[in-house]
Design a protein around this ligand. Structure first.
Ligand SMILES: Cc1cc2nc3c(=O)[nH]c(=O)nc-3n(C[C@H](O)[C@H](O)[C@H](O)COP(=O)(O)O)c2cc1C
Length: 404
């Protein structure tokens, strides 16, 4: 099979099996794949970047902050670029970092930022592989949708016998070809939501105070947009209704923009009747000024009191027009008693699932990552540890597909 037009980002981390990777790169190169190589600092101790530059015909990247050049947001460009990311060999350290969302070098930052499928070929001493933390990380990464090849059983470079040996370059090459032939992780999941109409809301709303000022919140729309991208990739006919954001709507969605909570409510009501499922990831303003001033409020030294009234709760409102078996998923951003509050909302708003997140250093509004808890009536909460919003979206849609 020719790999012409396929872009593969190969990441190397610091294990002895690095010496096998030039073979893998050469196989892919012969099949005309476009290859970029990223090495961790530890990987460069085992094999030189020059070797990989020679076999990939491209410069190798290692530094997140190169001393001699300005590379801007190269990590984001590199995260978007490939059809598939392959990390081989993958150290125990690398797996631990990815599970925790740690992005402290170029490779782990790319992994955190990529919406693309990631294939991992672990390689390590058998004791390291059997270590309970490594095993837990392995299980979590699989649950999050990372694709594993190996490790196999056999003798390792440290002269031990057991499981931990990296899959041979030929085996990896076959796995890559098979995966790319079948399509990406997203297209494999395509079956799950094919034929379903999913309505997703995203972003904040704005409530005008006067012609130039408004009340809003920190929602960036990233979670809703990631959900929409995942829904399209999973085969759903997807409509995305969004408040003001800087984001570009994912290819393949029907995109509707709104500004106020009232407009969001109208659009949701109209679209909801045609949908199988509503995912309410938007963060509508809870309050609006009682009265919008028609002229700009003049600045003065006096205190200004702004009377506010609550906006209509869209999910509560939708309860009246719903129930021809539509599935409704709400989001709750809670700072206190998150689970108890979310359970109350789940009941009050007659939801099928509520996704709870809390604002944090890398969770909630504005971040590219999130960690959430899924609560469904009568079921044990499901915790999704820190991962990219794209990966979280696929996990949410996985659960959702069982409800639809
Ligand atoms: C000679 C030598 C061989 C190593 N081989 C492995 C290995 O095969 N797998 C592994 O997980 N760690 C191995 N390590 C440890 C890693 O290199 C170390 O954890 C490092 O911090 C990994 O960094 P990285 O994940 O950023 O590449 C080895 C270390 C040394 C000194």
């Amino acid at each position: 099979m020719s790999l012409q037009g396929k872009r593969i980002l190969v990441g190397l981390t610091g294990g002895i099996a690095c010496y096998k990777i030039p073979y893998l790169v050469r196989y892919l190169w012969k099949d005309k794949a476009e290859i970029r190589v990223v090495m961790t600092e530890a990987a460069t101790k085992f094999i030189t970047p020059l070797t990989l530059e020679s076999v990939s015909n491209n410069p190798v990247a290692s530094d997140l902050f190169p001393a001699d050049r300005f590379v801007g947001t190269r990590h984001i460009d590199m995260a978007q670029w490939p059809d598939l990311v392959v990390v081989a060999p993958a150290t125990a350290n690398f797996m631990g970092k990815v599970v925790s969302g740690i992005s402290d070098d170029l490779l782990t930052t790319i992994i955190c930022a990529t919406p693309k499928p990631v294939m991992i070929a672990p390689a390590m001493n058998p004791q390291m592989w059997l270590n309970k933390v490594t095993q837990r990380n392995f299980a979590t990464l699989k649950e999050l949708g990372y694709i594993f090849v190996g490790p196999g059983e056999g003798g390792t470079a440290c002269d031990h016998y057991g499981i931990g040996r990296m899959a041979e370059p030929e085996e990896l090459y076959e796995a890559i070809k098979k995966f790319l032939a079948k399509g990406s992780r997203q297209s494999r999941k395509k079956k799950a939501l094919t034929g379903k109409k999913i309505l997703i809301t995203a972003g904040p709303t704005r409530e005008a105070i006067d012609p130039v000022r408004f009340i809003s919140n920190r929602s960036s729309g990233k979670m809703g947009f990631a959900l929409a991208e995942a829904a399209v990739a999973s085969g759903a006919e997807t409509t995305l209704i969004s408040g003001p954001t800087d984001l570009t709507p994912p290819a393949g969605v029907r995109y509707i923009t709104i500004e106020t909570t009232g407009q969001l409510r109208t659009a949701v009501k109209k679209e909801f009747v045609k949908s199988d499922c509503l995912i309410m990831a938007a963060a509508p303003a809870d309050y609006q000024p009682k009265k919008k001033q028609l002229s700009k409020i003049k600045k003065s030294d006096k205190e200004l009191t702004l009377p506010l009234k609550p906006t209509v709760d869209i999910l509560k409102d939708i309860a009246s027009v719903r129930r021809k078996k539509q599935v409704v998923v709400g989001f709750a951003l809670e700072t206190d008693d998150a689970i108890a509050n979310a359970r109350r909302k789940l009941k009050e708003k007659k939801l099928d699932m509520i996704v709870v997140n809390t604002p944090g250093a890398d969770t909630g509004f504005e971040h590219d990552t999130n960690s959430v808890t899924l609560i469904m009536p009568g079921k044990k909460p499901v915790e999704l540890p820190l991962a990219s919003k794209s990966q979280i979206s696929f996990s949410i849609l996985d659960r959702l597909s069982t409800l639809l």
